[in-house]
Design a protein around this ligand. Structure first.
Ligand SMILES: Nc1ncnc2c1ncn2[C@@H]1O[C@H](COP(=O)(O)OP(=O)(O)O)[C@@H](O)[C@H]1O
Ligand SMILES: [Mg+2]
Length: 263
């Protein structure tokens, strides 16, 4: 049995009178691709916002356990940058890149959480800083190459085609060397070719052993990628299982009847 990297229990989030998350349990194990699905407004993005420190959950626990350790790290109460340092990195439903920075610089920013006194060193240009900067650039380039973005390295991020911008967000998240990569609707707005390329890319990232938790509406993509699927509706978990189990689950089918599914 593989060890859980992420363990969330009883996660609850109230916005005024609205219970956006209702005692949710979810776990992701080492090397897995797990999908979190559900109709619009189910609470999926709120779940990401709660586990990444953007919102403080009303109740519940969030633990991260590095694969080579038995020590659980509680993420509750940490700020987003601290959560990233502990090993959770994410992309956003709506692209958030530094538009007027180059593609390479966008990835280098991701690296900085794994490096030392960058600002101080950048002012005084010590030998150690130059060495560190060189290593940041090399690592960032390697990530760009892996994600098929090396040709764009010196372009401004906002000059990239849409699909490439979405890949760049993944590149920046990967640059933080996450224990778990969180993707919020990575295929949103993509054309069919871009979605097929994304499917391949996520599988490639997973082959390196990267654990991934993915929110996605494109059911074909979800079924193709996932080891396990969690289904939410109205802030509650209504089902969990393998793609085959979820496809057949009457409760899931009912929850989706009210809305169009990209099948
Ligand atoms: N900051 C907020 N303030 C108030 N309500 C919110 C906030 N964020 C999300 N919600 C509400 O929580 C519910 C779940 O939203 P969301 O997590 O974005 O759903 P999903 O990502 O599954 O489409 C919705 O009813 C939404 O209006
Ligand atoms: Mg959402």
């Amino acid at each position: 049995m593989k060890q859980s990297i992420l363990q969330v229990t009883g996660l609850t989030m109230d916005f005024g009178g609205i219970r956006a998350l209702n005692s949710l349990d979810l776990d992701v194990k080492s090397g897995e691709i797990v999908a979190l699905i559900g109709p619009n407004g189910a609470g999926k993005t709120t779940f990401f916002n709660c586990i990444t420190g953007i919102y403080t959950p009303t109740a519940g626990d969030i633990f991260l356990t590095p694969p080579d350790s038995s020590k659980k790290i509680s993420l509750k109460g940490l700020k987003p940058n601290q959560v990233t340092e502990k090993g959770l990195a994410r992309t956003f439903q709506n692209i958030r890149l530094f538009a007027k920075m180059t593609v390479l610089e966008n990835v280098m920013i991701g690296r900085h959480c794994r490096t030392k006194a960058f600002v101080f060193g950048a002012i005084f240009r010590t030998a150690a800083t130059r060495k560190e900067e060189k290593s940041i650039i090399e690592t960032s380039y390697a990530i760009l190459e892996k994600l098929g973005l090396a040709e764009f390295a010196n372009e401004f991020a906002d000059n990239l085609p849409y699909g490439a911008q979405r890949r760049l967000e993944i590149a920046r998240a990967l640059a933080t060397e996450p224990l778990l990569l969180l993707l919020d609707e990575p295929a949103a707005g993509m054309n069919p070719q871009e979605t097929i390329a994304l499917d391949k890319l996520i599988k490639k990232i997973s082959l390196d052993g990267q654990a991934i938790l993915l929110i996605e509406h494109d059911m074909q993509l979800v079924m193709s990628l996932s080891d396990r699927i969690f289904v939410m509706d109205y802030g509650k978990k209504i089902a969990q299982g393998t793609p085959a189990e979820i496809r057949e689950n009457p409760v899931v089918i009912k929850a989706y009847l009210g809305e169009e599914v990209d099948a």
